[in-house]
Design a protein around this ligand. Structure first.
Ligand code: ATP
Length: 440
């Protein structure tokens, strides 16, 4: 009998799988690593790209009211003064006077150091933005920041996009890109790092329609995680109370995921009102208002923001998909990723390395590579090859066997059910495309 032996993944097991199978490595590992930055390996980069593509298509290709941009990471330093990040983007922080450890004040219970019991300093404000210098002179006038969010690149380009795209409100601007925060306590693998990637969309609306669009985007974004294959029972809503709201937000809801280390934020949906455009308008003197030529009204658009993390979404996919089972007395580790985002969609195997099977398999492989990211393997017993693909998360394995040589059919083995069905080689692209399903 088959039996599930591990329902809940531990982070240790997942981190070890990610290293073993080429998903995620610690940055600069051979130098001892930088704890707060991560490198994505051959499998990780595919999964990450697929998640980004899935978001990008949902936000742009499948819609008629959103444009994309890709703004620079380095922006005019005054942007961050206007946005409130220079003054407000701070976390209270305490230091241990004895062992010199540093903690977020919010994380500490009691008044002693959790490491050594030593005395703690009073909380001090610590700005989370990374600073660097632009140009050869390292003085205060040359300071620039690594953006802590991608959103500001969208606000400052509002008019640039509005003009050429000839959009009317309501419409949105989407962007995927790196963001940097000098987090005081990074951790939980790729959940909180100092360099990460955001998928953000800013939707510009009439002031009186903000609530309507806020509700609309809440629903859209929740459904996106379901379409990505995340189990609904692992997703939660969290409404920000008055003391949690960011300086720019009128209302905010987070979509949270039940990670092994607790229920934590995946994405925020924020009603940012006219805060950002008004502030940029006042700071620059550039008129960022919108004129509605039907109603003849002029107003500063209000903004509904959806702000998600690529790395956190990837972690949720990995956690959600990981399972261990017992199959005929042996442990089977499966990464049950949705076929839409799985790094390798199809593996192609000759059953054995003789009788002309590898030649046919190579040809099938070359044909399928025109449609999907594939993997070819002819080494070791076929059962072991299947297990390897289960662990990497490959949803389908195509095997060329002796019957193939007679009737030009192959088996497709399903990762989750382990069942096999026979199809004609000529039907493979179509059958597999149907099994993978639409990626929009
Ligand atoms: P948290 O409370 O967890 O620090 P936040 O509320 O500061 O997150 P936002 O400013 O709303 O996060 O950023 C939007 C999204 O960017 C988050 O939902 C998350 O997915 C991602 N994100 C933010 N900070 C990090 C980080 N340090 N590492 C990875 N992803 C992050």
């Amino acid at each position: 009998m088959d039996k599930k032996i591990a329902e809940n993944v531990t982070m240790d097991r997942l981190v070890s799988l990610c290293k073993r199978r080429g998903y995620v490595f610690q940055s600069s590992e051979i130098y001892g690593g930088v704890g707060s930055c991560w490198d994505y390996g051959p499998m990780g980069v595919e999964l990450k790209r697929n998640i980004c593509d899935f978001w990008w298509k949902a936000m742009t290709q499948a819609r008629d009211d959103i444009e994309g941009i890709d703004a620079a990471i380095l922006m005019h330093p005054d942007v961050w003064v206007t946005s409130g990040h220079v003054d407000g983007f701070t976390d209270p922080l305490v230091d241990c006077k004895k062992c010199k450890s540093r903690f977020r004040a919010d994380d500490i219970e009691g008044s002693a150091c959790p490491n050594c019991g030593g005395e703690l300093t009073d909380p001090r404000q610590f700005n989370l933005m990374f600073k660097t210098f632009m140009g050869p002179v390292e003085d205060d006038t040359a300071v620039v920041y690594l953006r802590p969010e991608t959103a500001q690149g969208i606000y400052v380009n509002f008019l640039n996009v509005l003009g050429p795209s000839r959009r009317k409100i309501p419409f949105g601007i989407a962007q995927i890109g790196k963001a940097f925060r000098n987090e005081i306590s990074p951790g939980n693998f790729i959940f909180r790092s100092r360099e990460f990637e955001q998928m953000e969309m800013q939707f510009f609306v009439k002031p009186e329609e903000d609530q309507k669009w806020f509700d609309y985007w809440k629903e859209q974004r929740f459904n996106w995680y379901l379409a990505l294959g995340i189990k609904e029972e692992n997703l939660r809503w969290h409404e920000h109370g008055p003391d949690e709201l960011a300086h720019y937000a009128k209302t905010a809801f987070d979509i949270e995921y039940s990670f092994p280390f607790g229920v934590k934020e995946l994405e925020g949906i924020h009603n940012r009102t006219d805060f950002d455009l008004s502030r940029h308008k006042d700071a620059t003197g550039v008129d960022l208002s919108y004129f509605d030529d039907q109603t003849k009204e002029r107003y500063i658009p209000h903004i509904i923001e959806t702000s998600g993390g690529v790395d956190r979404t990837m972690l949720a996919c990995l956690v959600d998909g990981y399972r261990e089972e017992e199959v005929r007395g042996e442990k089977r580790v499966v990464l049950g990723l949705s076929p839409k985002v799985a790094p390798i969609k199809v593996a192609v195997f000759p059953l054995v390395k003789r009788d002309g099977m590898p030649e046919v398999a190579r040809k099938v492989y070359a044909d399928l590579q025109k449609h999907f990211k594939c993997f070819y393997d002819e080494k070791s017993a076929v059962g072991r090859r299947y297990r390897r693909m289960d662990e990497v998360g490959t949803p389908f394995c195509v095997t060329i066997d002796s019957q193939t040589l007679e009737d030009q059919t192959v088996t497709i083995r399903d990762r989750d059910s382990m069942e096999q069905s026979r199809v004609a080689i000529t039907q493979l692209p179509q059958v597999l495309t149907e099994k993978i399903g639409p990626t929009v």
